[in-house]
Write a protein that binds this ligand. Structure first.
Ligand code: NAD
Length: 480
């Protein structure tokens, strides 16, 4: 087996589980096992939360000055950078992300997020004074860590989505228990290796493994003060309900069905190049992708052709090959789900303008050809539900106002794009779309700006200074 992780990382030590079960990770490319990790029992989970609580209580982390914490975060970033190539390869082996993407997004990206928060905490005072509203006294507003954080992670961008939570939480002085998805449990231990090498104090970062039950147990654990979750809307709702009952702060980054609005003046060659990132990144398994493409009716056939050509031109295959742009879906179940959506699209009468089947040149692996549906409207099932695979719907519109109305007629509101040669027109339109983030002529997450969703796409924000605030409890001290 290529990777073996027989122990858990708890309280700064590698520890045996009290149980004997293991999790096997299957390569989506070869359909063969690539690694195993130990599974977590309730006792292990309890030990991990206790280690995080003790690290919080004995003030080895929160009591450090922001500069001292920032220096350790920078060392942690150094250690992650040293193993960036290797971490990217582990992620590709686990979830089929093309290696050209995994080395950048999963290998190098998390270190940049850590450095961003290290710098931010250096510049953010722990206490600030204000004159009281009646002018008679002074109030000290103090920023304290919210406490022990449970971070629950999906499989699609496991390292970067972990770091969206871990970096601000650590910068704020919180301690963290991470639960990765079972499909991508192996790369989580890369983080533990780097944290250990960087000398992060014991108990500041702990990792537990397992699936939904372990996640649910962690969310409800009495020793947890805050939950940060990325994953499906269904799981997010379940977690939100538990946190509501417990009055436990929670951040939820959930699903999406974002819109690309192509204006009548758009340069379709540039649009197609941009959509390869904005609509098909990571084999279509990215939460913010513009998977509904709105095209002016006057240029509808041209747009369908450009998007179909794009889908047909992206090399599908072994994700470790640097030329590959579309790898396999993460699991057999995910491929079944995507194929069943393709069948629904056909049954409801949409035209398949590209793809629609498994690639004929590959005899193993959970691959699906990038697929483009045309001649459908915004009410089709494939236009409304999150598919989480390389499947796009190109929908015609008459007036720009209709495009905005349809873009906003969705349960979700996470990402989106506008495509035009007139940047002012693009900006004007971007302001009208109900979403947490939107790009004009591209889409690229900015770690310095808040990211998250409206409607069923989530609650709260990650990244930027706002992402740090999610791990802070504010205290006002009134003084005379
Ligand atoms: P999932 O919700 O099934 O699982 C995500 C994680 O939550 C896993 O670690 C899983 O074990 C755990 N989990 C599942 N149910 C749980 C519960 N009831 N309580 C506690 N933990 C639970 O999602 P997935 O299939 O792994 O990921 C795909 C989904 O994630 C897509 O819907 C996608 O849109 C979404 N996603 C959103 C963002 C974002 O930032 N908004 C980013 C990436 C992925």
């Amino acid at each position: 087996m290529k990777y073996q992780r027989p122990q858990l990382f708890i309280g700064g030590k590698w520890q045996d589980s009290t149980g004997r079960s293991t999790i096997t990770v299957i390569s989506p490319t070869t359909e063969e096992p690539v690694g195993t990790a130990t599974d977590t029992t309730s006792e292990d989970l309890d030990r991990a939360v206790r280690a995080a609580r003790e690290a919080l209580a004995d003030a080895t982390w929160a009591a450090l000055s922001p500069d001292e914490r920032a220096a350790l975060l920078d060392r942690f970033a150094d250690s992650l950078e040293e193993r960036a190539q290797q971490t990217g390869s582990v992620v590709t082996d686990e979830n089929g992300m093309p290696s050209s993407l995994s080395v950048v997004a999963e290998g190098a990206g998390p270190a940049a997020t850590l450095r961003y928060y290290a710098n931010l905490i250096r510049r953010t005072p722990t206490e600030s004074e204000r004159v009281s509203a009646d002018g008679r006294s002074t109030t000290i507003v103090r920023r304290e860590p919210v406490g022990v954080v449970a971070a629950i992670i999906p499989w699609n961008f496991p390292q970067s989505l972990t770091m969206f939570k871990l970096a601000p939480a650590l910068a704020a002085g919180c301690t963290v228990v991470i639960k990765p998805a079972p499909e991508t449990v192996l790369d989580a231990f890369q983080l533990a290796d780097a944290a250990e090498e960087a000398g992060l104090p014991p108990g500041v970062l702990n990792i537990v493994t397992g699936g939904r039950e372990t996640g649910a147990e962690l969310v409800a654990h009495p020793g947890v003060d805050k939950v940060a979750f990325t994953g499906s809307t269904a799981a997010g709702r379940a977690i939100g309900e538990v946190c509501g009952r417990l009055l436990r702060p929670v951040t939820l980054e959930l699903g999406g069905k974002s819109a690309a609005i192509i204006l009548d003046d758009a340069d379709l060659t540039k649009v197609a190049r941009g959509l390869s990132w904005a609509s098909l990144l990571n084999n279509g398994q990215t939460c913010y992708l513009s998977s509904r493409i709105f095209a002016p009716r006057t240029r509808y056939r041209e747009v369908v052709e450009a998007v179909a050509d794009l889908a047909g031109s992206m090399p599908v295959g072994d994700p470790t090959d640097p030329a590959t742009r579309v790898g396999p879906l993460v699991s057999r179940a995910q491929r079944d789900r995507v194929e069943s959506y393709i069948a629904t699209g056909i049954r409801e009468g949409a035209t398949v303008a590209a793809g629609g089947t498994r690639p004929s040149h590959l005899d193993r692996g959970w691959f699906v050809e990038p697929t483009v549906f045309a001649d459908l409207d915004n009410d089709a099932t494939v236009s409304r539900e999150e598919i989480f695979g390389p499947v796009l719907a190109v929908i015609p519109y008459d007036a720009v106002d209709d495009a905005v109305t349809m873009a906003n007629d969705s349960d979700y509101g996470l990402g989106g794009t506008v495509w035009t040669t007139d940047p002012d027109r693009g900006l004007d339109l971007a302001r009208r779309v109900q979403t947490g983030s939107i790009g004009v002529n591209f889409f690229n997450l900015d770690i310095g700006a808040p990211f998250g969703g409206v409607k069923s796409s989530g609650l709260g924000r990650e990244l930027g200074p706002e992402g740090l605030d999610a791990y802070i409890a504010l205290k006002s001290i009134y003084t005379l």
